[in-house]
Design a binder for this molecule. Structure first.
Ligand code: NAD
Length: 254
């Protein structure tokens, strides 16, 4: 039985993690950490230091806030606790320095996107990229999303650019009419990326490839937060076998 601590257990993602871990038969919620959390069916703490001092868990799952995640990891990793992190906002350099604080055999696993479907969408896009001269990424998110383009869209565009050994000949930003800049999206490594923000969406992404006389569209829709949970459980199940910094759910899927 894997004993899991959930940081941010009262939040949107954290409460979904509590539900998913509780429903799985090979793991249990050992405790929750959240300064704004209420009573729960498991021990709760207001801060990570108290939880680490009390102990009794193997894995820390963190869905908190960009401003606090590093502090949580600085407390957990040196104590030899494997960490599964979904909170965004940590740079690669920061992730590396945090992982370096952990003793040998302890893992920091970070996934910018925990949906298995989005990971596969990116892999399919990578496979298609060498065969299509043109590619465009369109991502659609709820109106409360704070950043544009999404991290997933940026990573998809980078993977397309890495997988092809040519430059797109599609008209680019130089064709935008004065006063209408942005019509061709933003270029990420030469791949146009377009961001739509609207009520009604959770997270959707389309990658459209074009070649002579044909287009190929790869599309992934995330309809609610349960879509992230199979990926989070996969991370919890695998992190104990690994050491150091591991980034991306594809490490456990492909
Ligand atoms: P939320 O605001 O609903 O929840 C965050 C929770 O963290 C809150 O309950 C808050 O009280 C708690 N918190 C604040 N400080 C804390 C601390 N020091 N220790 C413990 N808990 C603390 O946010 P959310 O929608 O659940 O998203 C959380 C994070 O997850 C965001 O960074 C978001 O971008 C990210 N996210 C990642 C993925 C992914 O696939 N990687 C998917 C969705 C969301």
């Amino acid at each position: 039985m894997i004993k899991v601590a959930v940081a941010g257990y009262a939040g949107r993602m954290g409460s979904a993690v509590v539900e998913a871990v509780s429903a799985a038969d090979d793991m249990v919620v050992a405790c929750g950490i959240d300064p704004f959390g209420g009573e729960a069916e498991f021990p709760t703490y207001k801060d990570i230091a108290s939880a680490v001092a009390a102990g009794g868990f193997d894995v820390l799952v963190d869905f908190t806030q960009p401003s606090v995640v590093a502090g949580n990891l600085e407390a957990a990793l040196p104590a030899g606790i494997d960490c599964v992190v979904g909170t965004t906002g940590l740079s690669n350099e920061k992730l590396e320095s945090l992982a370096a604080m952990a003793p040998e055999g302890t893992c920091l696993f970070y996934a910018p996107n925990f949906t298995t479907g989005a990971v596969l969408m990116m892999q399919f896009a990578k496979a298609a990229a060498p065969f299509f001269p043109e590619a465009e990424v369109i991502e659609f998110h709820h109106a409360k999303k704070k950043d544009a383009p999404s991290g997933t869209a940026v990573r998809t565009a980078q993977m397309i650019a890495e997988a092809r050994d040519f430059t797109s000949t599609a008209p680019g930003k130089e064709t935008e009419i004065d006063g209408y800049e942005g019509a061709r999206g933003t270029l990420v490594d030469g791949v146009p990326v377009h961001s739509v923000r609207s009520m009604g969406f959770v997270a959707t992404q389309e990658v459209i490839f074009g070649s002579m006389g044909q287009t190929l569209t790869i599309k992934h829709d995330s309809w609610d937060r349960t879509s992230y949970m199979p990926g989070v459980l996969l991370g919890i199940r695998n992190v104990g076998e690994l050491s150091g910094l591991v980034v991306g759910l594809e490490n456990f899927m492909l």
